[in-house]
Design a protein around this ligand. Structure first.
Ligand SMILES: CC(C)(COP(=O)(O)OP(=O)(O)OC[C@H]1O[C@@H](n2cnc3c(N)ncnc32)[C@H](O)[C@@H]1OP(=O)(O)O)[C@@H](O)C(=O)NCCC(=O)NCCS
Length: 82
């Protein structure tokens, strides 16, 4: 549900490796598409997902209850990407 890297260890490829690992297992279980929500204001997270090939496919209005912020929906076709 969430991915986070300790602030002292960011920009070292940790999150990318974690996500690749999870996606690799998902593909092994037959998953074809990965979908996630992210706050558009979370530029590091949006950059992380974009760098892995996720594309913006939609928006969920007022998705986050704490701030009322919309969520951006991003999707990645993982078929054949092991
Ligand atoms: C988003 C987060 C998980 C990224 O973790 P990380 O371990 O620093 O990310 P990585 O080092 O694997 O980054 C991989 C790529 O993502 C992009 N990226 C990551 N952080 C970025 C930043 N602050 N600014 C711009 N691009 C960034 C870059 O393309 C980066 O590759 P590069 O360093 O070769 O340029 C981290 O900032 C974090 O824990 N944030 C707080 C929790 C959070 O918001 N989680 C996401 C919830 S949806």
């Amino acid at each position: 549900m969430n991915i986070a890297t300790h602030p002292l260890h960011r920009r070292k490829g940790v999150a990318k490796r974690l996500l690749c690992h999870a996606l690799h297992h998902a593909v092994g279980m037959g998953v074809q598409k990965a979908v996630l929500e992210v706050r558009p204001s979370n530029l590091p997270a949006v950059a992380l997902y974009s760098s892995m090939g996720f594309k913006i496919v939609g928006r969920r209005l007022r998705y986050y209850q704490d701030t009322g912020e919309d969520a951006v929906v991003m999707s990645l076709d993982v078929r054949g990407k092991t």
